[in-house]
Design a protein around this ligand. Structure first.
Ligand code: B1M
Length: 224
């Protein structure tokens, strides 16, 4: 049985209305109706966050509402995370690939980056999460320290996405650029931007990030 559109729409509406109890209740409902955690998080919950961003841009919502939305999202994630992990595990992947991930300098948005980290980890990869507001030097230090196969960077703000290029330039300067596969993503990033700054791949969603990492072990080198 497919996940009913009605329940997805209800979750989206409850989250846009910042109705915490309703979100949690509808998520429970949806899970009992054979909706997968992955489709709820990447579908209605992510769509609601985009809508909330739009309401903020239009001056209907303010920072307080963005923060409230993030809290509700994270609360729902407490229930959904183990299920997401189980689903990602079932999709498989896993190899000895090590990934360093973080949100770039000046950017404290952590939900998308943490989702990507969770799904990569659940797919069986080793993930080192540097957190948010990560300085370019810190990314480079982490590449030296952990010798990851993949460096994954997230940016949600147009004003902070440029720091991804700084990281890449710094890696080049240190002679490390060719030692690590670079994936970039987040709402401020496009495939064109990824190509322009010299990243190896662009991930639109957390699932894309997992597929890209899977492909690396299959020898694919560049994906935009
Ligand atoms: Co902010 N914010 N915010 N915010 N916020 C956005 C990003 C914005 C688009 C809203 C808007 O105006 N429409 C806008 C950016 C505009 C722009 O630059 N073009 C914005 C702004 C302006 C700001 C402030 C500047 C507001 C202010 O203070 N005046 C400020 C900046 C703070 C800072 O970082 N320095 C700010 C603050 C905040 C809060 C702290 C209140 C809160 C974040 C709380 C938190 O993260 N703990 C917040 C929120 C909640 C949002 C929105 C509404 C939702 C973001 C989110 O969590 N989405 C957002 C609106 C939007 O994105 N359209 C907005 C859900 C999440 C699952 O999606 O993170 O996109 P996302 O991740 C996706 C994909 O992008 C992808 O996978 C995920 C799904 O599968 N992905 C990757 C992400 N990283 C990836 C990496 C990969 C691959 C895929 O590979 C490495």
């Amino acid at each position: 049985m497919a996940c009913p559109e009605k329940i997805k729409e209800e979750i989206r509406e409850c989250l846009v209305d910042l109705d915490r109890d309703c979100v949690l209740e509808k998520v429970d409902d949806a899970l009992s109706q054979e909706c997968s955690a992955t489709e709820l998080v990447l579908g209605p919950m992510s769509e609601a966050m985009q809508e909330i961003g739009r309401l903020y841009e239009e001056g209907e919502y303010f920072i307080a509402e963005l923060m409230e939305a993030a809290e509700i999202f994270k609360e729902a994630m407490k229930k959904l995370k183990p299920l997401l992990q189980e689903e990602a595990r079932r999709r498989g992947g896993g190899s000895k690939i090590r990934i360093v991930i973080g949100t770039v300098k000046g950017d404290i948005h952590d939900i998308g980056k943490s989702l990507v980290a969770t799904m990569l980890e659940a797919a069986g990869y080793e993930v080192i999460d540097l957190g948010v507001d990560v300085l370019p030097e810190k990314f480079v230090e982490a590449v030296k320290k952990y010798k990851p196969h993949v460096l994954a960077m997230s940016a949600l703000l147009t004003s902070t996405a440029k720091h991804m290029k700084e990281v890449i330039d710094l890696l080049k300067k240190e002679g490390l650029r060719d030692k690590v596969y670079i994936i970039v993503g987040g709402a401020a990033v496009t495939p064109g931007f990824a190509e322009e700054i010299g990243a190896d791949a662009y991930g639109g969603t957390a699932i894309d990030a997992v597929s890209i990492v899977k492909n690396i072990s299959r020898g694919k080198s560049r994906e935009y």
